[in-house]
Design a protein around this ligand. Sequence first.
Ligand SMILES: [Zn+2]
Ligand SMILES: [Zn+2]
Length: 790
Amino acid sequence: MESPASATVSAGPAPGPTPTDLLSRLRSRGAGDPVTHVERVPARAGVPAPWPPWTPPELRDAFTRRGVTAPWRHQAEAANLAYDGGHVVVATGTASGKSMAYQLPALATLLADPRATALYLAPTKALAADQLRAVAALELEGVRPACYDGDTPRAEREWIRRHSRFVLTNPDMLHHGILPGHAQWSGFLRRLAYVVIDECHTYRGVFGSHVAHVLRRLRRQCARFGATPVFVLASATSGDPATAAGRLTGLPVAAVTEDASPRGGVTFALWEPPLLPPDSGSAPPVPPQPTGDHDDLHQVRRSALRETADLLADTVAEGVRTLAFVRSRKGAEVVAANARRALDDAVPGLGDRVAAYRGGYLREERRELERALLHGDLLGLASTNALELGVDLIGLDAVLICGYPGTRASLWQQAGRAGRSGQEALAVLVARDDPLDTYLVHHPEAIFGAPVEATVLDPANPYVLAPQLACAAVEAPLTPADLALFGDGAKEAIDELVAAGALRQRPTGWYWRHRERPEVDLRGEGGAPVCVVESATGRLLGTVDGGSSHFLLHPGAVYLHQGVSYVVDDLDLADGCALVHAEEPDWSTHARDVTDLSVVSVRSYVDAGPVGMFLGEVDVTSQVVSYQRRRIATGEVIDTRPLDLPTRELRTVAVWFTLSPQSLASAGVQPADVPGALHAAEHAAIGLLPLMATCDRWDIGGLSTAVHPDTEAPTVFVYDGHPGGAGFAERAYGTASAWLRATRDAIAECGCEAGCPSCVQSPKCGNGNNPLSKPDAVRVLDVVLANLPA
Ligand SMILES: [Zn+2]
Ligand SMILES: [Zn+2]
C-alpha cells in the first residue's frame, strides 16, 4: 500500500559520507573482503502523464488538494485500461503510488454514476483502514467509504450495506459474511462496478487458492444480479503478474509493470559473512542467543546477526541514519543490543542512539521511534519487517538487511526505505547461512535482473475446490454453467460431494443438503492448529499449525515464543493443545521422523535418457519417532529419547527425479555415497525452490532414497507440505532445469569443505543431517542437468 503523494521527503540531518566511501570503510575492517557484488541502482526521474480525459474535475481537484499535481505514467496507464473495462494488475515498486491506479477509475465511475459501487479487498484490516483514510480524505460527495470487517459494530453494518458505495473489507469477511449474506447485499452487488484487490501477491499457496474461489463465488453472485465488475489488482513486483492475477480471478488480466515514479539512487552491496577459522566452529565467542533461526547447526561462518550488529555500529559511528531489518524479533533485539554495546565501548553514551523496534510497542511509541530516526536523534533502528513500519519512514541513508527476506518483493520493500531524491543511499544484504542466501550473494543477476519468482496458487487443488463448491452451493444451487467458472476438476469435486451426501442432484442443479453451512477456513492447513498454553497461568501463547505440531510440540520439546524459552510437558492431540512451562535449559531439541512416500499417479514426465523428471500425486506417511537433545553452546548430542506419536498421512503433489545407477557410477559417485549425495541434493533443492516460487522451505518436504520401490531407481522427491498441493511442486517441475541449476551452483559455490547450513544442511531435517555428501550432490545434479532439456 502506498499513498499517492509519495514524493514528499522528510528533511534529515546534514549529509554524511557518500555510500561509496561508507561501503569501502565497512568492507575494509576485516581480514577478507565480504562483499561479493556492488550494484549501483541509479536514481530515476518520475515520468508524469496527463490526467485521463475522463477524470471528473472534482476528483482532480481532490487529488490536487492532497498534493498530487499529475499521475505518474503507470498510474494513468492502468487507470485508462480499467476505465475502458479491462481487468488490470499494476505491479510496481514500493511507494510508486499503486493506490491511485485504482482510485482514479473507481472513484471517477462512482462520481459519474450515482448508483455504482466498488468493493476493495486487502489482506489485513490495518491496510483496509489505511485505504479508508486515504479515500475519505478526498472528501468526495456521495461516495461514503466504509470498512466492513469483523470489527465493524453490528449497528453500523446495515447502514454500510445500504448506503456506502465504496466498501473496504478482506477476503475472510467476503467469504464468511458478505457472500453468505448476499441477499442483504443484493443492492450493492447489483451495482458493483469495480473490485479492487490490493497486495494481491499475498494470495499464494493454499490461502491464495481459497481466495481464488471466493472471488469466483463473488463473480457468480454478481452475475446472478446482472453485474460484471472490472477487477483492478495491485501487486508488488513479481514474475509474470498477469498470469498470477489471471489465476486468482479466473479472468484475462493485463499487466502494467513499468514504474514511472521517481526514486533516489542506491548503492546495493551483497555481503557474505566470512568463514570462521576451522577450530572455532564449535566454540562461538559469545553464548549464542536463541533466535528461532537455525542456531542449532554447526556454524562455519560468522553469523549474519553478529555481522549486521557490527555494520549497524559502524554506520552509526559514521553518523549515518540506518535501519536494520532482521527476520525474528529476538534477532532484532540481539542486533540492537550488540550494536549498542560496541558503540558504548568506543564512545560511552553513543549506544543510546540505537534502538530495537518491537512488536509489543504501542502505535504511538513506534511512531515516536520513527520520528526520532527521521530527525537524526536516533541513528540506528533494528526492526523485524517493513509491514510494521509507518509508510512515512523512507529516505534513510542506509538500510541493512540481515538475511534474504524470502522474496524479491520484500527485499525491495525493505531496500526501498533507503534513498531520497537528490541524495544517494546505501543498502546491504547480509547473507545468512542458508543455501538460497548463498546462491543470491553469488548470483546478483537473480536479484537485479529480470524477476523470475512467481506468485503460485493452485485453484484446482481438490482439497480447496470441494469445500469452496460446497460454500457456493449454499449460496445458490450449482448448475452445469458454473463448471467452467470453477475450472478444472469442478465436475469431479461435485460428483464426490454428491457421493458423500453433501450435495443432491436435481433437474435444476446441485443443492446443498444440510441445514448448517460448511465450515471452511481460508487459511486451512494440514489439520487444526494446536494451541500452546502455559500450564501455570492458562495463558495462550500462540498456535502451531497441525502439520508442524508433532515436530515442534512433542513432550520434552524446547519451544521458543518471541524469544522466550518453554519446555513442553504434554501434547494432547485430541484437544489440540500443548501444555508448556517457562524454562531455559542449556540444550535444544530436534525431532526425528521416518517418512514413507508412495506414488499414486504420474501427471506428467520428461524421459531424459538416464534421468527422469516427474510430476504427480503421492501419499506421504510420516511419524515423529524420537528427539535429540543437544547442548546449545557446542552442538554436542546429549541423548536421543523415544516418542510415541501417531503416524500422519498427506496426499499431495510432488516433483521427483530419478537417475540410473550407471550414470551415477560414471559420474564418480561410489554406491556407498549415493544416499548422502541424493540427501544433500534434496536439502539444497528445497532451500532453492523459493527462488522460483513464493514459498518458504517450511511449505515443502522432501525424501531421497538410493532405490525407491515405485521408481526402482535412485530418486529425490520434493513435495508440497499441504494436502492436495499448493502449486509449489508444479512450479518446480515447470522450471526444473533453472531450479536445479541454481541448486547445483549454490552447493558448488559455498566455500565450506564438507557441507554446512549455507549449502546442504537443513534446519528441518528429520534425519539429523545424516548422511550428507556435498561433492557427490554436485555430481548428481551435474548428471541431471546434462541430460534434462533446458
Ligand atoms: Zn557450505
Ligand atoms: Zn534430511
